[in-house]
Design a protein around this ligand. Structure first.
Ligand code: OGA
Ligand code: NI
Length: 397
């Protein structure tokens, strides 16, 4: 079998990446929150009725706390893994190996786990959350200064997929730190009357710290696949794409009819999410929706589509969603670790065996975004199957 370069092979020429992104990524074409009637931080309307554009007609897509059963089944709980052992001396080597195994097992079964003693300063997390709340609390017309225009992926908006008719009961703000930060620029518009630096310095410091954690986790997860820890991470040293989305879910008048964030898989390599103390995130396992217990002292880590491909599906990129409630607002900070847009993503030959034959053809991250990320997946496989080895001929359809 031909040896494929794993990730970040010599850059293919894909044209100007941002221009290509702008031309092809159209996440947010026709939904402004103004039209939707959603005002920050809660709808101004006194009405106890959910506006029609938020009513999810498909009952299977609706989510509520009732649909989870985790509390009765300990085995249905996303594992919490303690990273403390990484800080200890050589005597803890055995425990480190146990941690690597537990992490790999969690990714095989759940595609999700939480990490405790992660090394990111709690004060920094709090600071970033304060800034996120400050941002969402701005008047809508101020937030719209950084409105995510059709055809782009960064800025403030409703975070909808092109084929999505029902709006999420949420506001979102998506920023990029690498390869070039757009955070200062957006902060200058949002906080023109105040101190933009207070926002951008907190957000950048937070993202930098979380990126460090993401790389450590990437290396442990790579080791869990039986590869050299730096097999993938070495390629991200020079170039990488780091972005973060703030997700803000205001209290919802009729939560059982709405959805905070529809079931989806993350297209990225790795997602590191911090949720506040309000429950909302659910993960699908064995056709059940399980709530990820809010642990503000933890980060939620999940495998994205790219890591599923790199691991030849040993690690799973799993469907997840967010539900909303009527009494409490909820904030999550989702950081995404990615290769640069022109990197080639291909399963390393070491992970291709007769028992685990190669499933995906090599592709670039940009190609994946263009083909897979525009549209909401109906099932987890909908995105992936366009990139199956046997689907070469229709890959661009
Ligand atoms: C995401 C996501 C879940 C949440 O931003 O991709 O899955 O709890 N967020 O906000
Ligand atoms: Ni997600």
């Amino acid at each position: 079998m031909a040896a494929h370069q794993t990730i970040l092979s010599s850059p293919m020429h894909v044209g100007s990446a941002p221009a290509a992104m702008a031309a092809t990524l159209n996440f947010d074409a026709n939904s402004t929150l103004r039209n939707a009637g959603l005002r920050s931080p809660v709808p101004h309307s006194e009405s106890k009725q959910l506006p029609a554009m938020f009513i999810e007609a498909d009952k299977n897509q609706r989510s509520s706390e009732d649909s989870w059963e985790a509390s009765e089944h300990a085995e249905l709980e996303v594992p919490v893994l303690d990273l403390e052992v990484l800080n200890s001396g050589p005597d803890k080597l055995g425990q480190r190996q146990e941690l690597v195994k537990a992490m790999a097992k969690a990714c095989q079964k759940w595609g999700f786990f939480q990490v405790l003693n992660h090394g990111v300063d709690q004060a920094l997390i709090d600071r970033c959350e304060v800034e996120a709340h400050r941002m969402f609390a701005l008047p809508l017309e101020v937030k719209e200064r950084v409105h995510r225009p059709p055809g782009t992926s960064f800025g403030y908006g409703a975070n909808t997929w092109v084929n999505q008719k029902v709006l999420h009961w949420a506001e979102s703000f998506h920023m990029q730190l690498h390869p070039t930060s757009n955070i200062h620029e957006m902060a200058a518009k949002l906080f023109a009357e105040g101190d933009p630096n207070q926002f951008s310095s907190a957000v950048e410091a937070y993202m930098t710290a979380v990126e460090g954690l993401a790389r450590r986790l990437l290396e442990l997860l790579t080791e869990g696949l039986g590869l050299e820890p730096r097999h993938f991470s070495q390629y991200l040293e020079k170039e990488r794409m780091i972005s973060m989305r703030f997700n803000f879910y205001p209290p919802c008048p009729e939560p059982s009819l709405a959805i905070g964030l529809r079931a989806h898989t993350d297209p990225h390599l790795l997602t590191i999410l911090h949720q506040d103390s309000v429950a909302g995130l659910q993960v699908q396992i064995h056709d059940k929706w399980v709530t990820v217990k809010p642990r503000p002292d933890c980060f939620v880590v999940n495998i994205g589509d790219l890591f599923q491909v790199l691991s030849n599906t040993m690690y799973k990129s799993v469907l997840h969603r967010a539900f909303v409630n009527s009494s409490s607002q909820r904030l999550s900070l989702a950081c995404f670790l990615n290769p640069p847009l022109n990197a080639t993503v291909a399963t390393p030959p070491e992970l291709i065996t007769p028992e685990w034959p190669q499933i995906y053809r090599p592709f670039t991250w940009l190609e994946y975004l263009k083909n897979a990320y525009l549209y909401h997946p109906i099932t987890g496989a909908d995105r992936h199957e366009r990139f199956f080895l046997s689907a070469n001929s229709c890959a661009n359809s």
